[in-house]
Design a protein around this ligand. Sequence first.
Ligand code: ADP
Ligand code: MG
Length: 391
Amino acid sequence: NRQPADLTAEFRAIFAAEPAALVRAPGRVNLIGEHTDYNDGFVLPMAIENDVRIALRPRSDRRVTLASADFDQQTTFGLDNLGHDDGSARWSNYVRGVAWAMMEKGLPIQGMDAVISGNVPIGAGLSSSAAMEVASAWAFQVASGFRMDPIDMALLCQKAENAWVGMRCGIMDQFISVVGQRDHCVLIDCRSLTYDAAPLPRGYSFVIVNSMVQRGLVDSAYNERRSQCEEGVRLLQRRLPGIKALRDVTPEQLDAFASILPPVTYRRCRHVVTENARVVSSVAALKAGRAAEFGQFMNASHDSLRDDYQVSRSELDTLVDIARATPGCLGSRLTGAGFGGCTVSLVQSKAVEAFVSHVSESYRRATGLTPDTYVSRAAAGAGQSYFTVLR
Ligand code: ADP
Ligand code: MG
């Protein structure tokens, strides 16, 4: 992991000047609330200590020069003729997209020289892309001397990812990267975009384990699940004319009208409706300091994703089964869209070291794959930074 001196030294070496500011934006892990975002529901992510950092200096000629310390590449563009990079510096599209979205919004954005470096693992499901966007938004606002509303910043970064990068995603990743709080997770209402921090239990850690299998099916399956949810809403509206999304349906209502839904649609809806209820109950458990109960909700979430929503796969189920059988583990589930990526487990802090080695070894024996693991406290959201030493 790169330390601050590296980024400053890198900036000096490339631009022969001191950076005027250092900004950072974190990756995230979702603790519970999966496939609820596009159903106007609730999610409960926390920001992690892995982040993307930018050292910058404003420029007055409307040009942006970016250097990637991690990819060892540079690219330059003008704010008045932004284009996509389809060649060697594709990572710059996250910065270009944010600049584009800011200008669309009429913000008085300035050029800058910037060096970018990060340690959010790429493509592991911890949202390095949102960290890139939010760090870029912070860099531009510092370089340009304006201050955005946090929710507007999250929406703008989501727009950059949807419309510039071309990746369909909900609001969670950018939102938590902006509003994360140290040692707290954040309940986000994906309909109203209101949020509420909840304290994480003392003496416990969240352990993220990368299954090292890719999310092959994810695009087509994701779109199919979304359509099935929409179909469920359409059919349920015949009996429940007031509903706009599965967010508006209680588990009791869904049971009462189960017979009007095709069986598969019913199971998809049951995941979403019960998952929303679990998120709300999980927050109550956290606020009351009931860690074991939170772990039970995590387990129920995974089982529902596996059986009703059918977005798990054998490697993820294996990881979860191993984790749950390991001493000190209170709950374990897949996190992210599914079909690969990571699991997250709630583990007694004093048992974390043994947990990590036991899970890694057992998973390797079962699958032949060696998992990457991450243990992070909940981190603060994006901002201008004084760097801290990370593990
Ligand atoms: P993830 O699941 O990590 O969000 P994505 O494919 O959505 O995966 O985004 C990963 C992309 O974000 C990378 O291919 C790269 O273009 C960009 N990115 C992430 N981290 C960095 C970094 N440290 N420096 C430059 N670009 C980065
Ligand atoms: Mg991403």
